[in-house]
Design a protein around this ligand. Structure first.
Ligand code: 13P
Ligand code: SF4
Length: 324
């Protein structure tokens, strides 16, 4: 955030369209405390696009999709990074900043994709498909990344797969992302059976019903959705790509087939666009609150640590991705 000493009182105007005035006093005290603690501790807050608007618009210093958070984590000069997002994002920030303190406000902020695969699973896939490179979605533990050749995000998966110059890759663990990328490339993709518990719940029928109820609506879907859902959408892309699409195309009516806070956060910048809001909540992202961000800074918790030997290998996979 820029400007001189913002406070909860001056920040409300940023979110007044998505947070009722009557709710604001609940947030104000924590916001002022977090702004003070960031200065005292030389800390920055990195927030994913699925964080609630009072976090995203009022206390975060850097916001974005998984790829942007990884890239920008490398440029951080502060001593402390608070990751307002899920655990794999905090691990990625730590991999790229081994000397800094990285805090995650709630250790339970996991991810169904990260939980769907273990390092042993990756080793077994390598045995089954000898010599085939392993492309691992960033939505995985550092231990799984350490077994991989290169990472990818939903924002660069096609480019990463094609950068390897091979006819066949193993792409873990999101089956739907793998299928959606396979539809865009000649590279053969061997997938795993992991799914995002938020995006797997959308159906093609949902989209058809939306189009009937809201004529002319532009449908943007995240590529973690099943391929049949992506096929019904006008565009599929990472959370940042969806946000960029709205800014570039300025559709009169739009629906974001993804997590609920996306529409809240993006709509703030486009008062003339009508956002249709069926969505699914990510229970992991929603574990992060102003209260536990404040506690994280006050009590220096929860410090993210990664075994150093494993971190070297996992960092390599992330750095290879960032070089693509
Ligand atoms: P993005 O990289 O598109 O922000 O996605 C992260 C995520 O967890 C989506 O469910
Ligand atoms: Fe994981 Fe899905 Fe939540 Fe993203 S939305 S953090 S992929 S469970």
């Amino acid at each position: 955030m820029s400007g001189t000493s913002p406070s909860a009182a001056t920040l409300y105007s940023r979110v007044e369209k998505v947070i009722p005035a009557i709710e604001w006093p609940v947030f104000a005290d924590d916001i002022d405390a977090i702004l003070r603690l960031k200065r005292e501790r030389n800390a920055v807050i990195l927030a994913h696009n699925y964080q609630t608007p009072e976090i995203f618009h009022c206390v975060a210093d850097i916001v974005g999709d998984s790829l942007a958070l990884a890239r920008k984590a490398m440029e951080v000069e502060a001593e402390v990074i608070v990751l307002a997002g899920v655990h794999f994002m905090a691990e990625t920030a730590k991999l790229l900043n081994p000397e800094k303190t990285v805090l995650i406000p709630d250790l339970g902020a996991g991810c169904s994709l990260a939980d769907s695969i273990t390092p042993e699973d990756v080793r077994l896939m390598r045995q089954r498909f000898p010599g085939v490179p392993v492309v691992t979605y960033v939505n995985t533990s550092a231990a799984v990344k350490a077994e991989s050749d290169i990472c990818c995000t939903s924002g660069n998966a096609k480019a990463v797969v094609e950068s390897l110059g091979v006819p066949r890759v193993i792409m873990l663990p999101d089956e739907y992302l793998a299928q959606n990328i396979a539809a865009q490339t000649d590279v053969e993709i061997i997938a795993w059976k992991g799914h995002c518990e938020v995006h797997e719940r959308f159906t093609p029928a949902d989209i058809r019903e939306l189009r009937e109820a809201h004529p002319g609506v532009t449908v943007l879907a995240h590529p973690e959705c099943p391929p049949e859902v992506v096929a019904e959408a006008d565009f599929a892309g990472s959370t940042a790509a969806m946000s960029d699409y709205v800014g570039r195309e300025k559709p009169a009516r739009v629906v974001l087939i993804t997590e609920c806070s996306m529409s809240d956060n993006v709509s703030v910048g486009y008062p003339d666009i009508e956002f249709i809001r069926p969505c699914n909540l990510c229970p992991h992202m929603k574990r992060i609150t102003l209260g536990n961000i404040r506690a994280a800074l006050e009590e220096n918790r929860h410090v993210v640590t990664i075994d150093p030997e494993l971190a070297v290998r996992a960092r390599l996979a992330v750095e290879r991705m960032l070089a693509v």
